[in-house]
Design a binder for this molecule. Structure first.
Ligand code: URA
Length: 300
């Protein structure tokens, strides 16, 4: 233990007599990896002449400042260095599924790469090695949350359970293969990395990440895209729906839009529905619209 006060036995005994305790801020210093220092605390309950107590206070303050400065010097800067950003490679719009997947896995195009545990490319029907799965449905959410970041898979938390139930109600599942009767689902997000603390995606993050979703859509060629929540809706419809940024989702529901010439149905995000359970009926209506569109496109 480092004793920056350099007190000998006699001085310590004297201070004790005066009601001045010598103490070590052990826990903090050890935890932070700093040298252990000692300081003084005055037991003001002890009956001392006021000038002794005042002096002890002054000494304590002075030494505490000195000790704190020492501790502060030894604490490494807790701010993580900013991640190195690297531009996305050219030619994302030409990539095949596995090249796209690899590119997303190594993406350092925005600062989210510094805080993510995993990229979250998407999940869906089984596919041949390196190929996009064959699906009727593409479901687009916002961004991975904490659990998704840990597991590297979209919608694995509570919102994901609701999404799985919604799929089940349509006789679909997140990993079921497309059968001759149809089906096959792929689930992806606008952002492939988790925004820290589950904050909203920033426009610059969406701008960096959107080419990945664009290419996923182009390769998947689903029969229907279900855009869940504000961020998915805005990302997919911003070039075709004027005022989409400011229009409430409730006003956008109930119509079929297009993205890359593929039909898009708008619905609420499952996390929103979990907080507003009566909206479930509206989501079911949106799913029925989407199912009718898939059926219609099959019979056309
Ligand atoms: N919310 C999303 O939008 N996506 C996820 O993957 C999880 C929660």
């Amino acid at each position: 233990m480092t004793d920056i006060l350099h007190l000998d036995k006699r001085q310590r005994a004297m201070l004790a007599e005066m009601g001045v305790r010598v103490w070590s801020p052990m826990s903090e210093a050890v935890v932070m990896g700093a040298p252990v220092v000692e300081s003084l605390a005055v037991d003001t309950s002890a009956s001392q002449p006021p000038e002794v107590v005042m002096q002890a206070h002054a000494d304590e303050a002075h030494r505490f400042v000195a000790a704190s400065a020492l501790v502060a010097q030894a604490i490494p800067n807790p701010t993580k260095p900013a991640p190195v950003l690297i531009q996305r490679p050219e030619g994302i719009d030409q990539m095949d599924w596995s090249a796209l997947h690899n590119t997303v896995s190594g993406c350092q195009a925005c600062s989210l790469c510094g805080s993510r545990k995993n990229t979250v490319f998407g999940v869906g029907a089984p596919a041949a090695e390196g190929q996009a799965p064959q699906v009727d449905w593409l479901i687009v959410g916002e961004a991975p949350g904490e659990n998704e970041d840990i597991q590297g898979e979209p919608f694995v938390g509570q919102a994901g359970k609701l999404l799985d139930n919604m799929l089940g109600a349509m006789k679909l599942s997140r990993t079921g293969a497309r059968s001759p009767d149809g089906g096959g689902v792929y689930i992806a997000n606008v952002l492939k990395c988790r925004p820290p603390g589950n904050r909203n995606p920033k426009p610059e993050e969406v701008a960096q990440c959107l080419p990945y979703l664009e290419r996923q859509v182009a390769l998947l060629q689903p029969k229907i895209i279900l855009a869940m929540g504000r961020f998915a809706v805005q990302a997919l419809l911003r070039d075709t729906v004027p005022d989409v940024e400011t229009m409430p989702l409730g006003k956008l529901r109930g119509r079929v839009y297009t993205y890359q010439n593929l039909p898009v149905v708008v619905t609420y995000h499952p996390a929103y529905v979990l907080r507003n359970l009566p909206e479930k009926a509206k989501v079911w209506a949106d799913l029925c619209l989407a199912m009718a569109h898939v059926k219609g496109s099959e019979s056309a």
